[in-house]
Write a protein that binds this ligand. Structure first.
Ligand code: UDP
Ligand code: MG
Length: 329
């Protein structure tokens, strides 16, 4: 079993040597066949120079270098693209994760498809990091239905086929387990060691929490409704239009039965607004339905994920592309 360790590095020149040494120490004894994939995320310090030096001495090290800083998620995505391993491990490059935990993760990967680290005794400031992270983890677990204590922990192990199926956007690497759950993979978590950052600076501040919540909305919507957007927008639209319609009926009766003036009443505005908003929502849902079809049919993407096929009869790709399998996920 080949193992790839993917590490994103952005201005981590003080940590590279130590990181490399600790990774070697942890892997040389316990993992016979491994490779290191270091991704330099457009560092402006000496990070890439140091990686280059290491690469010259070690053919097990693959070095990727971004033209500019594309972010941690992009760095993971690039690492996944180039990783050859049957199992892919991700971890931070600032030595806050401990390479000694890698064998523990690997021990569970046969039974599970994803093993996620849990920084139970996390060594970061409480107010600015741990508290927002606790709230975010609680929220993500509730919303996605994948109960992990620590979504933000980079130290995770994935079976190759799991990550090769997932495309990453924005800052979504922390949501891989949630997306993978949709594919039906088995996930577990184990406690891992966490160290304080000794050298270099953290690249994130408190504003990340807000971005995580926005990403959560995207993930929830895509997982729940990406093949049936009208089911999401439709009910809201119908409810809004119906309410607007009833309000307008009431006002019409008031005018014609009782002869009351309705021109200056706020209720009239509300009724009209609700009707228009409702129509917009339904229109948006219908546009969404068209986009889903274009997305799946133009790229011949099926709307299901197979585990295996027994008694295989060759399937024509054009049959797969019609998406006639209903709206089941
Ligand atoms: N990182 C990166 N690109 C970025 C920001 C961070 O590759 O734009 C890397 C960084 O070098 C480190 C890891 O992602 O290896 C985690 O970053 P950091 O330690 O700053 O995050 P924190 O531990 O404070 O959440
Ligand atoms: Mg860190």
């Amino acid at each position: 079993m080949k193992v790839s360790v993917v590490v994103p590095l952005y201005n981590e020149e003080e940590n590279i040597q130590d990181l490399y040494a600790k990774l070697k120490q942890a892997l040389d004894t316990s993992v016979p066949d491994y490779e290191l994939v270091f991704v330099d995320d457009g560092s402006t310090d000496g990070t890439m120079g140091l990686i280059e030096q290491l690469q010259k001495q070690d053919s097990r090290l693959i070095a990727l270098s971004f033209r500019r800083n594309f972010g941690q998620t992009a760095a993971f995505a690039a690492g996944f693209d180039y990783a050859q391993g049957d199992v892919v491990i991700t971890m931070d490059g600032d030595l806050q994760n401990d390479p000694q935990d890698i064998p523990k993760l690997l021990g569970l990967i046969g039974e599970y498809d994803i093993v996620s680290g849990w920084r139970r005794r996390r060594q970061d400031p409480f107010i600015s990091r741990r508290l927002p992270s606790m709230m975010a983890n609680w929220l993500i677990s509730r919303v996605t239905g994948v109960p992990l204590h620590d979504y933000g922990c980079s130290l995770k192990a994935y079976r190759r086929d799991v990550i090769k199926n997932i495309s990453l956007y924005g800052e979504m690497h922390r949501f891989i387990p949630a997306v993978a759950k949709w594919y039906g993979v088995k996930i577990t978590e184990i406690e891992t060691t966490h160290h304080p950052r000794l050298r270099g600076k953290s690249k994130y501040g408190i504003s990340r929490t807000i971005r995580v919540v926005l990403d959560l909305i995207t993930v929830k919507f895509l997982l729940g409704f990406s093949t049936k957007p009208l089911q999401f927008f439709g009910p809201v639209g119908l409810l809004s239009s119906m309410t607007g319609f009833l309000i307008s009926c009431y006002l019409t009766l008031d005018k014609f039965l009782y002869g009351r003036d309705i021109g200056g009443r706020p209720l009239l505005l509300l009724g009209v607004l609700l009707i228009i908003v409702g129509v917009q929502f339904i229109g948006m849902g219908l546009l969404g339905e068209m986009m889903v079809r274009i997305y799946h049919e133009s790229q011949k993407k099926p709307i299901y994920v197979l585990r295996q096929v027994l008694g295989h009869t060759p399937v024509r790709r054009e049959d797969l592309s019609t998406g006639r399998a209903g709206d089941k996920q």
